[in-house]
Design a protein around this ligand. Structure first.
Ligand code: ADP
Length: 159
């Protein structure tokens, strides 16, 4: 198995690079952001719990993230490997990921960190907001997402 995590601030291009990597290495793509947006669309309990936090640009609780990650991994036992986009984003999630990999008798083989200057991020995401239909691609929310990244996610890189 080959397991890769893509790390970086909102707007770094994780989604774009994911497309290349999943094709090249035939990986199963897991974007916690996409999975959450799907839950919101389906109006599941999980989606309802996550909705207002996403709209504010905060981080959804680790409990919710762990549930969707476990479910997705369990439903894809034959995967060649996983590409995690936007996960782990907290220390707790990093511990959990390690545990899940051990359970599958594998490990996280690579973590690729993509960096981008803050103002470039804001510009890109505001541009994306014109067509993405994502309510969190507005300046105030983007700045909050970047703050959450610096406060809670960036420290995970050390781990
Ligand atoms: P981006 O990286 O561009 O901010 P994502 O689609 O990865 O976009 O995430 C959108 C939102 O979903 C985040 O702002 C956050 O509220 C929530 N989210 C996604 N992944 C996680 C995660 N691993 N932990 C907590 N919240 C998450």
């Amino acid at each position: 198995m080959l397991n890769i995590a893509l790390f970086g601030p909102p707007g770094a291009g994780k989604g774009t690079q994911s497309e290349f990597l999943i094709k090249k290495y035939k990986l199963f793509y897991i974007s916690t952001g996409n999975l959450l947006r799907k839950e919101i669309k389906e109006e599941s309990d999980l989606g309802l719990a996550a909705k207002s936090i996403i709209e504010e640009g905060g981080l959804v609780s680790d409990e919710i993230i762990v549930q969707i990650i476990e479910k997705t991994i369990k439903n894809n036992p034959d995967a060649n490997g996983f590409l995690f986009d936007g996960f782990p984003r907290t220390y707790v999630q990093a511990f959990i990921l390690e545990g899940l990999m051990i359970k599958l008798d594998t490990s996280l083989n690579r973590l690729i960190s993509i960096d981008v200057p803050e103002e470039v991020s804001v510009k890109r995401l505001m541009e994306r907001g014109k067509t993405s239909g994502r309510s969190d691609d507005t300046e105030i929310v983007i700045r909050n997402r970047l703050k959450e990244y610096h406060d809670k996610t960036l420290p995970v890189l050390k781990y």
